[in-house]
Design a binder for this molecule. Structure first.
Ligand SMILES: N[C@@H](CCC(=O)N[C@@H](CS)C(=O)NCC(=O)O)C(=O)O
Length: 228
């Protein structure tokens, strides 16, 4: 049985969606990052990066959401687009754009809006600017197609859905009106029963929701011991 190390946040959500779409049996193992469980030695033996998600498939251990999506898609021959160089090249490009652009920059935009200590104007401006630029690129791409690559529903759409869920946290409610094609895409994925099951996974464990000092220390260890 697959072991899926999960927290209800954008990167694990991508993998939850794949698992629910594929119907592969799995055990969800909660990693409560607000309690610092990602830093335990046992979890770091699985994911040396100390972040969620991770996957254990027998002797195979995979960490990083994009690696897990590719691993599962290749292993099971599911949710990959047509096997033509001109199509697969697009799959790799958009997957990596989401992994290295959308995710980290949107994540930092949220961090600097809500959690970073002052002074933060320069960083906030930088990450908001880049996040807007990245999402505009996706919105433009989706203006003429339903799905990201070759108009097939693939792991690229799953990767994007993980972060589209977070759009209101990045931009406030204007996120949906400013990026209408992303909203249309988001609604289309949400209409899939697998997306609803993937979203419901957050209720399968009592994850800590409070942003108290323990949470802040677990998520932003660089601030521990630094006077505010
Ligand atoms: N590149 C990694 C990023 C993983 C990541 O940042 N995960 C977040 C949740 S979306 C996390 O575990 N955060 C807890 C922490 O930073 O301590 C991936 O795609 O899996």
């Amino acid at each position: 049985m697959l072991k899926f190390y999960y927290h209800p946040s954008p990167n694990p959500a991508k993998v939850a969606l794949f698992l629910e779409e594929s119907g592969l049996p799995y055990d969800m193992v909660p990693v409560d990052t607000a309690r610092g469980e990602q830093h335990s030695a046992a979890y770091r033996a699985i994911n040396p990066n100390g972040k969620t998600p991770a996957l254990v498939d027998g002797d195979a251990v995979v960490f990083d959401s994009t690696a897990i999506l590719l691993y599962l898609a290749v292993r099971h021959g599911q949710f990959l687009p047509e096997n033509k160089p001109e199509v697969r090249s697009q799959m790799y490009s958009w997957l990596m754009f989401i992994a290295t652009g959308i995710g980290p920059f949107s994540g930092q935009a949220v961090h600097f809006q809500h959690f970073a200590p002052e002074p933060k104007d320069y960083a906030l401006n930088r990450y908001m600017f880049e996040a807007r630029r990245h999402w505009q690129l996706i919105d433009d791409h989706l203006a003429t197609r339903t799905w990201m690559v070759n108009d097939e529903y693939t792991i690229v759409d799953m990767a994007l859905w993980g972060w589209a869920r977070a759009l209101p946290f990045v931009f406030g409610e204007s996120g949906w009106t400013d990026y209408p094609n992303v909203k249309r895409f988001f609604d289309a994925v949400n209409a899939r029963p697998a997306a609803q099951r993937a979203e419901a996974l957050k209720d399968a464990h009592k994850f800590k929701l409070e942003y108290d000092q323990e949470t802040l220390d677990a998520l932003y260890p660089q601030n521990v011991g630094v006077a505010a």
